[in-house]
Design a protein around this ligand. Structure first.
Ligand code: ADP
Ligand code: MG
Length: 682
């Protein structure tokens, strides 16, 4: 009697050979097998009489083989089997290419079901390489067929057969990870039914029911796992910080904090005084003023007698933060220092010793902050900016320099809230969904490539008024297979220099440059020595050049909305009116909808929602840093409603039964789902 852990090789009809092939698909046990869901379906339910077949139509035909199949070799390597099949309405000429065995498999006088695409020309009806089986067998015709992702040595048919065996072997064995009460309350079908129907749906509604249940299950387990992780993290205690009064800080600013900034700061102060270690993500659109929130946190640390460190992904960003924050903090009596890899040995030694003695209270820098020779007297708070640029390892390396320091992560990628809760796992999230008042709207235009000359004229005008511009072109290093030479950043820059702007200074940055070279170009752009910076998307990270007023994006349709939004956020950072010009010759509906969305709104969160709907979560989930378990059936962009439902079900269950005593199967599955991700969650 098999159970779910039984090796697939012992399942009837599988055997050694196939088991080996299945292994390549990650299928080892019976459980793996039945959890290998189809990637698509082929609806083969439509039956037609031969005379009713229309040209181009895909259908099943039940017909008798009326001629002995013939085999001919058309040319080397191309074998053709031909036969004629008939039903009471007409004749169908069937051909098979390079399937010589069909000659002996199909017998005159026998009736078969042929499924394929019909071609009709005049009175002649043909079908090339149809799927065939004996009439009435209904294994690969006459039903909705699952389509599996395959590997060498496993055909669709083999997969279907293995799956049927697998399912019938474990129908009664499947334990349900959903508690019965949850299943009933949310009108979800039973697990056995769901597995059967997801593989072999008897109809569209049945498939929808099965899918809904499996998606819910997955999201429910995910939500439980995340909430439990958060629970675990909260148990890390530390003495509550005493002095988080910031009234002198707010008073010293030349502006009033926005409500959203204030809320984020309040969240942070509540964390710091709670007696638990803070793990908080600050999410805010570009320009929403995250740095001030970080500054408030840094100050709290100093006020509580601790040191704090702020880590940025590049030297130029670190310097920008230092220049912005040091005067502000020093005014309040805080000693700050910059620490980057570019510093001379002597300056560096001074900073290191200041950090060790505690004379320096706030360190701002790059990953130079975490190299082995840096020691802190008492590091109580770690802030990382633009977190998606850092691996979890780097963040923990910085945290390891202190004794369970508080952790604050700042991200400029707006993500819809529910999604953020999922992605950032056990981080608490504060959202800054408001820009400081008086920000100018960036005028956004979507134009075809034929506008290039006009755009160049416009650039000329802005530059002669003293401004600077960015031009972004897509895909130099992102897609090595299809290098787009015309627009590769360096060639484009050269072309502009030679043919359009011989009198201007044009430079280029791209992903293949060394970080040092890149930073050098970026800082001469920041200091105004370069008029036009041509780049790939490397400028995405929050570099602040207030004098830049035009962002031109070539082939804008190739970028995700959130990415376009990030790019656009590079301009409009100063007092000058700014523009974003999206160039695209893509006339598809999808491309137009996306560029329209960019024109309509400047709100990063709205754009993120739209992006998620239009493009799916790949943008956010492209890199595996989020550390979530892989989702098999759920699609976080489409299944938003179900996601919310599953989340609230998970919350309810956990508040009733935090240790999942009443549902051991749920607990086991959550454990299993997260076991591979122990250390990857933020
Ligand atoms: P980001 O969230 O993109 O990191 P920054 O922190 O760099 O944004 O802030 C962008 C600009 O807005 C900075 O010049 C900063 O001084 C300014 N700023 C921040 N908060 C406010 C505010 N409440 N009112 C006006 N200006 C602000
Ligand atoms: Mg920033």
């Amino acid at each position: 009697m098999p159970d779910l852990t039984t090796d697939v090789r012992y399942i009837k009809g599988v055997g050694e050979q196939r088991a080996k092939a299945l292994e390549k698909l990650g299928i080892h046990t019976l459980k793996d097998l039945i959890s290998y869901f189809p990637r698509a379906y082929d609806d083969r339910r439509s039956y037609k009489k031969i005379s009713d077949l229309e040209d181009g139509e895909t259908a099943c035909v039940e017909a008798m083989v009326a001629s002995t199949p013939t085999l001919s070799r058309i040319r080397k390597g191309l074998e053709l089997v031909k036969l004629r099949a008939v039903d009471e309405t007409g004749a169908l000429d069937v051909t098979f290419f390079n399937q010589a065995y069909m000659k002996d498999n199909l017998h005159p006088g026998e009736t078969y079901t042929f499924f394929g695409k019909a071609e009709v020309s005049g009175r002649r009806r043909t079908m090339a390489s149809p799927v065939v089986e004996r009439e009435g067998s209904r294994l690969v015709t006459g039903r909705i067929m699952p389509i599996y992702r395959l590997t060498a040595g496993v055909s669709q048919l083999t997969m279907v057969k293995c799956m049927e065996q697998g399912l019938s072997a474990c129908q009664k064995l499947l334990p349900d990870p959903l508690p019965e009460s949850v299943r009933q309350e949310h009108h979800l079908c039973r697990i056995g039914y769901a597995y059967e129907q997801i593989h072999f749906p008897s109809g569209d509604e049945e498939l929808a029911l099965a899918r809904r249940r499996l998606v819910f299950e997955e999201l429910f387990l995910l939500a439980i796992g995340i909430k439990r992780l958060r629970g675990r993290r909260e148990e890390v205690t530390c003495p509550p910080w005493q002095n988080t009064d910031l009234s002198d800080f707010t008073a010293s600013l030349s502006f009033t904090l926005t409500n959203a900034q204030q809320r984020a700061i309040d969240d942070i102060r509540a964390d710091l005084t709670s007696g638990r270690v803070m793990n908080r993500l600050i999410q805010g659109d570009v320009g929403s003023g995250k740095t001030m929130v970080a500054a408030a946190a840094l100050l709290c640390a100093v006020r509580s007698g601790k040191q704090a460190a702020l880590m940025a992904p590049t030297e130029i960003l670190a310097e920008q933060h230092y220049k912005g924050l040091a005067p502000l903090l020093e005014k309040l009596g805080v000693t700050c220092a910059l620490l980057t890899g570019a510093m001379g040995a002597k300056a560096r030694r001074a900073v290191l010793s200041g950090l060790e003695t505690g004379a320096i209270q706030v360190a701002i820098g790059t990953h130079a902050l975490i190299t082995a020779d840096v020691t802190y007297r008492d590091l109580g708070l770690v802030v990382t900016d633009e977190q998606h640029r850092f691996g979890v390892a780097q963040r923990s390396a910085l945290a390891a320099k202190g004794d369970r320091p508080h952790l604050l992560v700042m991200s400029a990628t707006p993500i819809p809230r529910t999604l953020a809760l999922m992605i950032y796992g056990d981080l608490d999230v504060s959202i800054i969904n408001e820009l400081p008042p008086g920000r100018q709207k960036i005028d956004t235009f979507a134009v075809p490539g034929s506008y290039h000359q006009r755009i160049y004229k416009f650039l000329e005008k802005e530059i002669s008024a003293g401004r600077q511009a960015y031009i972004v072109c897509s895909m130099v290093e992102e897609n090595d297979q299809i290098p787009d030479d015309r627009k590769a950043a360096s060639e484009y820059a050269q072309m502009l220099q030679r043919e359009v702007f011989p009198h201007l200074t044009i430079a280029c940055v791209h992903g293949r440059m060394k970080p040092k070279e890149k930073e050098k170009v970026m800082s001469s752009f920041a200091s105004g020595q370069i008029h036009i910076l041509v780049s790939t998307t490397v400028i995405e990270v929050g570099v602040d050049v207030p004098n830049a007023t035009v962002m031109v994006i070539e082939d804008a349709d190739r970028f995700g909305l959130s990415q376009l939004h990030q790019l656009r956020g590079r301009v409009g950072r100063g007092q000058y009116k700014s523009y974003c010009i999206l160039i695209s010759d893509n006339r598809t509906d999808d491309a137009r909808t996306r560029l329209e969305a960019m024109k309509k709104t400047g709100d990063g969160f709205k754009i993120a929602e739209a992006d998620l709907q239009l493009r799916g979560p790949g943008d956010f989930f492209g890199h595996r840093q989020h550390g979530l378990p892989d989702l098999k059936v759920a699609d976080l962009s489409c299944d938003m409603t179900l996601l919310k439902e599953a989340q609230s079900a998970a919350e309810q269950l956990l508040s009733r039964d935090p240790d999942l005593i009443s549902c051991p199967e749920t607990a086991a599955r959550v454990e299993e789902m997260f076991s591979a991700n122990e250390n990857t969650l933020n």
